[in-house]
Structure formats: structure tokens, C-alpha cells
Ligand binder design. Structure first.
Ligand code: NZQ
Ligand code: ZN
Length: 388
């Protein structure tokens, strides 16, 4: 196992009817800005419930944070934070609103041009760049990204999606009430299952380093998602299925399973280009890329693919190659069973588009991806060709 630092200060309040706790978690004299997306949080009454819990505090609202949140929208909110001297932010939504709110607090506290904050990539932005940030909490309405308990965000600008990381961007608290997710359209639930699944494989399907506890937690998350995936889509108000999805998605990306082990993230980096260029949902891009990536990278990942076949899918018969083939096939079949397509052609993307995807990867510096930093543009091209 590699050396690691593990730090996660986010308080989680899990379960039904937890919104009342906001009153204790937000300072009594705070001036609050509630942030939300295109309207679901308003329509289904969550904004009103949160306002209610905030009692007499001065509350402003900023709606309209779009899926794949745009830089331009977020800097407008940052301006409001400064102008109104907001001292607490409350994000109500999924990954886009929570990521966006992370960026709002960083941008509001940054003295220079906020665009600079998109240039750090995976290097965390520290106190030397931003002195003090406005704290924020989150009310999760879409289980998928893990943003509710991590310090990262992905911000869209022009034709790119830019990762932003900072310890200053951990939520102070996140409320995870599975019932707030019942109103999600089926495709968003399915996207969430896929996203949580692929977060886990990005940190698990690499090469073995005797990280036994990390492996077993990862296998537990993957098995749980396989067990509840179809049910939570077919029965949106099945509390137990949805509660397990919510907690799986949070644990899949809160720093626990990546501690001390190699990490890949190539499926995400290639997937981000598909979202930026063609507007395909984040989860959908991962369902397209992961199965092809596993086929192309089967030698680098051989030992872990065999472990995955055995422990997650219970495939024990046949040659090594047969077992790996079956595990990849089952992965693809699982995504399809959730109603998430796994081919570029399902999104009308043909071979003619591959050069522009590769060009974007090059522009964004994605030339040496994966746990071994040897996934070149040629290999990305092969993965995309297999995904057609
Ligand atoms: O905007 P509204 O009207 O709220 O509708 C949203 C949106 O259209 C809707 N929705 C959310 N909660 C709902 C609901 N509709 C009905 N009922 C509810 N309870 O769902 C749509 C999608 O929301 P979005 O937040 O975009 O989805 P998701 O949570 O999948 O987030 C995707 C974003 O997160 C980033 C992605 O790149 C993408 O920008 N990621 C963030 C990560 C992180 N912070 O660690 C890691 C991920 O890998 C990912 O890259
Ligand atoms: Zn993701």
C-alpha cells in the first residue's frame, strides 16, 4: 500500500427529515445565499423547506446554475457574495450545483481574475492563493458525483471542463435525505448509478498494491450498486434501495477508497471531452468509455480485472481471458440494463468525430493518462474506436 494523507472534514447528516438541522449548523447571524439549478429544487419545494429552516436569517437566492456549471454563471454569483457580504452559502442540488458553489466561494474570495482558478488542474488551490473562503453546506438532490463530501469540482468554460480542487472547497456539512431524490427523472438516477460505479472502478481497476481494505470497500460499493441499480430506477420511492445508492455514491468519491492505491481517471478525462463537445450527460459518457477502455487496457489491468471478475461478478470458470471478457461484458450489460447506452453511435457520434475528440484531449494536456501515465493519445483513439 502507498503512503497517504486522508483528510475529510465534511459532516454528513443522513436520512429523512434532516433539513431542520440547518438551523443548528448555520451561524445564527449568517447572511445566507442559497444556490440552486434550473428549477427542480424550487419546483419540488426544497428551497422553501430550507428557507423555513433558516428562520429569521437574511437569505438571498441564486438560481440557474446549469448542468455542467458554466464559469460565466458562477462568477455572477461570486459577485453577489461579495456585494451582499454573504457569509454562508447553501447549495441545493446535484453535482453541478455543489461543484458550482465550490467555485463561487473560491472565486468570491480570490483577488485576481477568477479564470486563473481553472489553471490548477489536479493541483489543489491552497491558502497561499486564497486566504479565506465563505463556508458552505449542501443539500443533495442527486446521488452521483460525491461532490457532497469531497473538495473537487468540474467547471465548464468554452469547450472544456476544468477540474478545480481545494481543501477550502469541502462542504461544512451535507444533508443526504434519500427522499429528496425521489423526483429525479429515471435517466438521472441511472446516470448516478453509472457515475458512482465508474468512480469506484477508476480507483480499483488499476494494479494490485495490497490495499486489501480499499479493494474490499470498492467491491462492496460495486456489488451494492449492482444489487440496487435496477430497483432504484424502477421503484423511485423504495427508500432502502435509494438510501443505498446515495451512500454508495458518497463513499465512492470521498477520498476513502483512493487512499494508498493507484488511480486511473482516464474514462473520466475522455468522457469530459464528450460532454464538452456534444453535451452528452456525464454518466452516459462513462458508460460509453469504460467498457472499451477495459478492453484496450486489459494487460495493464489484468490482475485487478481477474479479481473484479471473481469477487464482484462471481465469475470463476474459464480461462483468464474468458473471465476478463465476461466481466467486461457484464459491466456493459449492467449499464445497458439501467437504460444507459454504451456506444458512441447511440449518440450519433461516428468515426469522423474521433479526430476532434483527440484534438481536444491534446489541447487539455490529456496525453499521458491512467494509473501508469502511459495512456497516450493513440491509445485514447483506440478506446474511442472500440466504443463506436
Ligand atoms: O437544474 P435542475 O432543475 O435542478 O435539474 C437537475 C439537472 O437538470 C436535475 N435534478 C437534480 N436533482 C433533482 C433533479 N430533478 C428532479 N429532482 C431532483 N431531486 O438533474 C439534472 C442533472 O443535475 P446535475 O447536478 O448536472 O447532475 P450530476 O449530479 O450528475 O452532476 C454532474 C456534474 O458533476 C461533475 C460532472 O462533470 C458534471 O458537471 N462531476 C463532479 C465530480 C466531483 N465534484 O467530484 C466528479 C464527477 O466525476 C463529475 O465529473
Ligand atoms: Zn464522475
Amino acid at each position: 500500500m502507498f503512503n497517504f494523507d486522508f483528510y475529510n472534514p465534511t459532516r454528513i447528516l443522513f436520512g429523512e427529515d434532516r433539513l431542520g438541522s440547518i438551523d443548528q449548523l448555520v451561524p445564527a447571524d449568517a447572511k445566507v445565499l442559497i444556490t440552486y439549478g434550473g428549477g427542480s429544487a424550487k419546483k419540488y419545494g426544497t428551497v422553501d423547506k430550507v428557507r423555513n429552516a433558516l428562520g429569521d436569517r437574511i437569505v438571498h437566492e441564486f438560481g440557474g446554475i446549469e448542468p455542467n456549471p458554466h464559469y460565466e454563471t458562477l462568477v455572477r454569483a461570486a459577485e453577489i457574495v461579495r456585494r451582499e457580504q454573504i457569509d454562508f452559502l447553501l447549495a441545493i442540488g446535484g453535482g453541478s450545483v455543489i461543484d458550482g458553489t465550490k467555485f463561487i466561494t473560491l472565486a468570491a474570495s480570490y483577488d485576481g481574475d477568477a479564470l486563473d482558478l481553472l489553471k490548477y488542474g489536479f493541483s489543489p488551490i491552497g491558502l497561499d492563493v486564497i486566504g479565506h473562503t465563505v463556508p458552505f453546506g449542501a443539500v443533495l438532490t442527486l446521488p452521483a458525483t460525491g461532490s457532497e463530501m469531497n473538495s473537487g469540482g468540474v467547471i465548464s468554460y468554452g469547450q472544456g471542463k476544468y477540474p478545480v480542487f481545494s481543501e477550502l472547497a469541502f462542504p461544512k456539512f451535507s444533508i443526504l435525505d434519500p427522499t429528496l431524490t425521489y423526483t429525479l427523472p429515471k435517466i438521472q438516477v441511472a446516470n448516478g448509478v453509472v457515475d458512482a460505479f465508474v468512480h469506484t472502478t477508476e480507483q480499483y481497476l488499476t494494479y494490485p498494491v495490497e490495499g486489501r481494505i480499499q479493494d474490499r470497500i470498492s467491491e462492496g460499493i460495486l456489488q451494492t450498486l449492482i444489487e440496487i441499480g435496477e430497483t432504484t430506477i424502477a421503484e423511485p420511492e423504495n427508500y432502502d434501495a435509494r438510501a443505498n445508492l446515495v451512500w454508495s455514491a458518497t463513499l465512492a468519491l470521498n477520498g476513502l477508497i483512493c487512499a494508498g492505491v493507484p488511480q486511473d481517471w482516464a474514462a473520466h478525462m475522455i468522457g469530459h471531452e464528450l460532454t464538452a463537445l456534444y453535451g452528452i450527460d456525464h454518466g452516459q459518457t462513462l458508460a460509453v468509455i469504460l467498457p472499451s477502455l477495459l478492453e484496450v487496457r486489459r494487460e495493464q489491468k489484468r490482475a485487478k480485472l481477474l479479481q473484479y471478475a471473481d469477487r464482484v461478478w462471481r465469475i470463476t470458470e474459464g480461462s483468464e481471458d474468458d473471465r476478463i471478457n465476461s466481466a467486461i461484458q457484464k459491466t456493459r450489460g449492467f449499464f445497458e440494463s439501467l437504460g444507459v447506452k454504451t456506444r458512441l453511435s447511440d449518440y450519433n457520434i461516428g468515426a469522423d468525430k474521433i479526430p476532434e475528440i483527440i484534438e481536444q484531449l491534446k489541447t487539455h494536456g490529456m496525453t499521458a493518462l491512467s494509473e501508469t501515465h502511459d495512456l497516450t493519445l493513440d491509445i485514447s483513439q483506440e478506446i474511442l474506436e472500440r466504443a463506436l
